[in-house]
Design a protein around this ligand. Structure first.
Ligand SMILES: Cc1ncc(COP(=O)(O)O)c(C=O)c1O
Length: 404
């Protein structure tokens, strides 16, 4: 609607005056379904990637105390020195070797960590390789930066996902700047083997490519030895922090802090000023009071994190054993993260299927094609929820699927 200032411009012309990447980037497929169903009575939300617990009090108390102490001013672009130190300490504890605080940079979420990394290593006309199906928020920020995401499909055969390294390396062109590697994978729950990680590292070293690793689900691991603390194979195991290696991570998942929007990048020290500038010219830093809560999460949050992982492991068992009863449903049991990615025979339009599921049984899942073209016919559910909620959801879903 126009006001009386006489300068009304037709909405189509407004859109026409935008840059093509901003105008043409489609809505996230996950958010599309989320918006369709978020207000439904009795909905069980398994569409987005988060648990059902709010941030624990001992973590947010640290933010409250910081606010009360007047920490409300502009702060360090690279992150509070104490948080960068806590990050180094946390990684040293996990990976059993020293890490340097100078390699860590605090960002406004894992999403922004990814955006920062993209801006640092690739630009107009460049390409980045993304094994797919992949988290929806890789290709979009690449396109917005003028970078072409080249999705390399994983294969799904006999109920298992596999990455064909020849296909991955064969997709490299003279424009390729980086290989992105998300392990454990969202949405697949698939975990890259140590050999695959090493092969990617060697290939990238030889070709002068960046490794952009995303291990935000590293703590949510159910593979061999996990119950006694083993971690999944990691790029941290084989990469030198001072090589062309960037790691994206977040506080969101481990400590039930998705709404806080704090993450981090690990990057070579030589990039310190560059990352500082990218942060300065994007957000100008992450609120100090939130960073105080992140320090507490890392220093005191291990028990809480372990409970979350135990709940996810139990959740995985509940959803897998329920869906195994349904003929025509196929999936690989997740070894990590907290998603089950399953196909349903006969489903040709996962978006329509997701909407029907909301309408019929009030269960919210993300449609597979939101994670790339190879996802059609698949659905992703998040099992980081209480057993009672998952059992209720699976009762509804299994009965509904069997009646189809
Ligand atoms: C693989 C992966 N990387 C990064 C993120 C970023 O998380 P956030 O932006 O909440 O920090 C997510 C969130 O779902 C994710 O699934």
């Amino acid at each position: 609607m126009s006001n009386d200032h006489g300068a009304f411009v037709d909405p189509q012309r407004i859109l026409g005056a935008l840059t093509a990447p901003a105008r043409d980037e489609p809505e996230s497929g996950i958010i599309q379904v989320f918006n369709y169903g978020r207000d439904r009575e009795g909905i069980i939300p398994m569409w987005v990637g988060q648990g059902d617990l709010p941030t624990p009090k001992f973590i947010y108390d640290a933010a409250v105390a910081s606010l009360a102490a007047g920490e409300t001013f502009y702060t360090y672009q690279r992150g509070l020195p104490e948080l960068r130190q806590a990050l180094a300490h946390y990684h040293a504890g996990l990976y059993g070797r020293p890490f340097d605080a100078e390699n860590f940079f605090v960002t406004g979420s894992g999403m922004q960590a990814m955006q920062t990394v993209i801006q640092a290593v690739a630009g107009e006309g460049d390409e980045m390789l993304v094994p797919s199906p992949a988290w929806t928020n890789y290709p979009a920020p690449m396109r917005l930066a003028g970078v072409k995401p080249v999705e390399v499909p994983l294969d799904f055969a006999n109920g298992r996902w596999s990455l064909d390294l020849d296909k991955l390396f064969g997709a490299v062109t003279s424009k390729t700047r980086a290989i992105c590697a998300n392990t454990p994978s969202n949405p697949l729950g698939w975990v890259m083997s140590a050999d695959e990680i090493l092969a990617i590292r060697d290939f990238c070293r030889e070709r002068g490519l960046w490794i952009v690793a995303d291990e935000v689900y590293a703590r949510f691991y159910y593979g061999p030895g996990a119950e006694t603390g083993a971690l999944p194979p990691s790029f941290h195991d084989v990469c030198d922090p001072e090589e062309q290696f960037l790691m994206v991570n977040t506080f969101s998942k481990n400590w039930a802090m998705t709404g806080w929007r704090v993450g981090w990048v690990q990057a070579p020290r030589a990039m310190g000023q560059v990352i500082e500038n990218l942060i300065q010219y994007n957000t100008s830093g992450t609120a100090a009071f939130m960073q105080r809560a992140c320090i507490t999460a890392m220093e005191e949050g291990e028990d809480f994190l372990r409970q979350q992982v135990a709940q996810s492991r139990a959740g995985r068992d509940i959803v897998c054993s329920a869906l195994r009863q349904v003929p025509g449903v196929r999936f690989q049991e997740p070894e990590g993260a907290f998603y089950l990615f399953f196909s349903v025979d006969g489903v040709e339009d996962s978006f329509a299927f997701a909407r029907r599921m909301i309408d019929d049984i009030a269960v919210g899942m993300a449609p597979g094609p939101a994670f790339g073209p190879g996802g059609e016919g698949f659905m992703r559910l998040c099992f980081a929820r209480s057993a009672a909620s998952l059992e209720e959801a699976m009762d509804r879903v299994v009965g509904w699927l069997k009646k189809r």
